[in-house]
Design a protein around this ligand. Structure first.
Ligand code: SAH
Length: 241
């Protein structure tokens, strides 16, 4: 058997883990060994007698910055062979996408650094080649919640975690489209029936209906995704002027 997908987290709050990752799909997969989780305390790598991990920003300004030396020592102490991709959760990072999630899930795992306060010293980002990953254009108070999101998205794609849905092939973003609407019983809810096509038993019609709904939704809600898809289909039609 191959080694389980591995998440190594560097955090000032290791007690937050596994947290929500201990429940439901991810939690079951964790307890059956489909993936493993290690939350390491950055503070364990502090060297002074106050165990300090942060200091005031060079150049002044509010807040505190995580020290490069402490964080580098924590990263080095967490090193594995073979090495895992080293990520830093950060609002300045490349926005996380489903294709990146798929790539990470197909790998060995990830070492994930969670920032706090005003962030971390730039030099450790460079010296340890941390790849900054953002989960959206808003600011959290720490990287832990962002790490939960990233790990959850990866773990559900691991073989065996979602059962029959293993590929996630039909989901939002899988084809550059948002997912079509879903329905289940009862047949009539507050006067609203399930769309007739879906109970027709005609698989081709169902598939066509879903495709059309997915396209309409994507065009309406996410013109950015829609344009991207159009450009991928017709690479010569790049936006001009
Ligand atoms: N001063 C920083 C924000 C620090 S927020 C700035 O303006 O860029 C504290 C920590 O929360 C960050 O170091 C990062 O680890 C995490 N964080 C905040 N927002 C995030 C986001 N959108 N995606 C990923 N991590 C985030």
């Amino acid at each position: 058997m191959t080694a389980p997908w591995r998440a190594t987290i560097l955090t000032l709050f290791p007690e937050m883990f596994p947290g929500p990752l201990g429940a439901s799909l991810a939690g079951r997969a964790l307890s059956t060994g489909l993936w493993s989780l290690e939350a390491r305390d950055i503070r364990a790598s502090a060297t002074d007698k106050h165990r300090s991990v942060d200091d005031t920003p060079a150049g002044g300004g509010p807040g505190m910055v995580l020290r490069a030396d402490v964080l580098a020592a924590a990263i080095d102490a967490a090193a594995t062979a073979p090495a895992l991709p080293r990520l830093l959760m950060s609002p300045r990072g490349r926005p996380l996408t489903q294709s990146r999630v798929r790539e990470l899930a197909a790998g060995l795992g990830a070492l994930i650094v969670c920032g706090r306060f005003e962030g971390i010293d730039q030099r450790v980002i460079e010296a340890r080649a941390l790849d900054e990953v953002s989960i959206g254009d808003y600011v959290l108070s720490g990287g832990e919640i962002a790490a939960f999101a990233l790990i959850d998205a990866c773990v559900r794609l691991l073989p065996g975690v979602m059962g029959k849905l293993a590929s996630g092939a039909d989901e939002s973003f899988s084809d550059g489209l948002l997912e079509y609407p879903q329905y289940t019983r009862p047949q009539l809810f507050e006067g609203r029936p399930i769309p007739e096509t879906l109970i027709s038993g005609d698989h081709a019609r169902v598939a066509a209906w879903r495709q059309a709904e997915a396209e309409a939704l994507t065009r309406e809600r996410r013109p950015d995704l829609w344009d991207l898809k159009a450009r991928q289909k017709h690479p010569k039609n790049t936006t001009e002027g």
